[in-house]
Every structure is written in structure tokens, then in C-alpha cells.
Unconditional design. Structure first.
Length: 285
């Protein structure tokens, strides 16, 4: 069987998935419609590999081999041909995702698994745009992908048992710990994590405490490795807004309605680490 993994979308998550797959021995094709995005992704991956070598987590030769396994393309249909896995990591927009699946419909083979890294959109709704819904599955990675161990394997209504089993095996091959989750808006982690993050934003908005102190409370009081607002900066405020809007739309619960502070920050370009400013100020070198 092919050992080629195609990752569509060269943003934060896509480049992280591509890097981990290359380090794990897969031949990886990273696809994006933007050449500058691909260039930025490869630079970021190379820096990440170099840091791992400096910290003694990866051998220099292993880093060079991983980099050699990576290639880039602006053509999803061409790249998907002959792949074992096609993983979509485009923005959290159902229309963009549907267009992505349509673009590779004629290219993927009878054994190819088409997966989405969505963190909030129901798998069953997305699967209707796939050529074969039985081979469509959610594989939800976490940011930063090289460090975070969890992968949610999300089963849609028509996802086959064999697709779920292969997804579990794939996650394990990347050194990840998979859990299997029933298809539901926000699955397990996004539904809980976003709710905590939105409430933390409302607390900042109403002056209950500073972002730093709210995060410190969760880190020291509940042993969270990182507070909800710093995590929001790392994920991206625009990404969090998209997820919150999706969950509010799907679940109808007021708790998921995005707070005004989040909308204003995104409108003002304060997107978190990637823009240099969110709830915290970040170095953007």
C-alpha cells in the first residue's frame, strides 16, 4: 500500500501534520493554493526540525531525511493521485472544505482515506461531498502538532469500521494517542475547550481579572499546562471565532455565542501569536 500522505492546507495545522508524517517515515505532499504559504510552511518546518536537533530530540540525519520526504504543490488533484491518505486542513469553512473534496474526487484511489482535521464541523455533513463517505473520517490533531499527543478519530454516520481502524493505526504510527469519538458538533475536546476559552474572554471583557491572572488560575488551580487565553493566542483568535460560530450555529446554546471582545479583536487583526498580538504580545521573528 502507498506510504504517501497528502496534506491540503499549509497553515499552522497543515504544516504540523506534514512535519510529523515526514518524521514518521511517510512521503508527504503539502498542498496549498498559495505559493507564499507553502514557502512559509517549509521554512517553519525546517526551523522546527532544526530546533529538535538542537534539543537532542532528533538526529541530524533523521531531520535531513524527514525534510527530503517533503514536497509541495499547488495542485490538489495531481497530488492526491496514488496517495494512501489525503488530509484536509483548510480553514474552518464548510464551503471551502466541500470545494476541496470535490477537487480530489476523481484523483483518489479505491483504498485512499479522505480525512478532515476539522475541530467543530460535523463529519457526516462534510462526508456528503466525498466520493465515498465510508472512507471519510475526522482526524483532529492538536496544536502544536509535533508536541501534542492526542488525535480525535471522529466517526461519521457512514464511516466504515475499517476506516476507523486504519485511522487509529495511522495515528499510532505518528506516535500519537488516538481516541474514537462519535460525530457531534465540537466532538469532545473542542466542545469543552472552546467553552472554557469563551468564558475566560467574557471574564476579561467584564473586568473580573486580567488575561494573565485567569490563565495563571487555571494553570495553578486546575493543573492545566497552558491557560485558555494563551491557548487561544496559540490556536489563533480567528480560528477560535470560526469554531465558536460553528458550535453556536449547530448547538444553539448561548454559551457558544462568540463574545464581543473576540469579534472586535479579530476585526482589528489581533489574531494571537501569528499576528504578534492577541491577549498577549508575541515576538514575530
Amino acid at each position: 500500500m502507498s506510504q504517501t500522505v497528502v496534506v491540503i492546507g499549509a497553515g499552522t495545522m497543515g504544516r504540523g501534520i506534514a512535519r510529523v508524517a515526514a518524521e514518521s517515515g511517510y512521503d508527504v505532499r503539502l498542498v496549498d493554493v498559495s505559493e507564499p504559504a507553502l514557502s512559509a510552511a517549509i521554512t517553519d518546518i525546517e526551523k522546527g526540525l532544526a530546533r529538535s536537533v538542537e534539543k537532542g530530540k532528533l538526529g541530524a540525519e533523521d531531520a535531513r531525511t524527514a525534510r527530503a520526504r517533503l514536497s509541495t504543490s499547488t495542485s490538489a488533484p495531481e497530488s492526491a493521485n496514488g496517495a494512501a491518505w489525503v488530509i484536509e486542513a483548510v480553514p474552518e469553512d464548510p464551503g471551502i472544505k466541500a470545494s476541496t473534496y470535490s477537487s480530489v474526487r476523481e484523483s483518489i484511489g479505491p483504498d485512499t482515506i479522505l480525512a478532515t482535521n476539522t475541530s467543530s464541523i460535523p463529519i457526516t455533513k462534510l462526508a456528503v461531498h466525498a466520493a465515498d463517505p465510508s472512507r471519510f473520517v475526522g482526524v483532529h490533531f492538536f496544536n502544536p502538532v509535533p508536541l501534542m499527543k492526542l488525535v480525535e478519530v471522529v466517526r461519521g454516520e457512514k464511516t466504515s469500521d475499517s476506516t476507523v481502524e486504519r485511522s487509529i493505526e495511522f495515528a499510532l504510527s505518528l506516535g500519537k494517542t488516538p481516541i474514537v469519538v462519535k460525530d457531534s458538533p465540537g466532538f469532545a475536546t473542542s466542545r469543552l475547550g472552546v467553552l472554557l476559552g469563551l468564558e475566560a474572554m467574557r471574564m476579561v471583557e467584564s473586568g473580573v481579572a486580567s488575561a494573565e491572572d485567569i490563565d495563571r488560575a487555571m494553570e495553578l488551580g486546575y493543573n492545566h499546562p497552558v491557560g485558555p487565553l494563551r491557548l487561544t493566542d496559540l490556536v489563533g483568535l480567528d480560528v477560535r471565532l470560526g469554531i465558536a460560530e460553528s458550535l453556536h450555529r449547530e448547538l444553539g446554546a448561548e454559551a457558544f455565542r462568540p463574545p464581543e471582545i473576540l469579534r472586535k479583536m479579530v476585526a482589528g487583526g489581533l489574531l494571537g501569536k501569528k499576528s504578534g498580538q492577541g491577549f498577549y504580545r508575541w515576538e514575530t521573528r
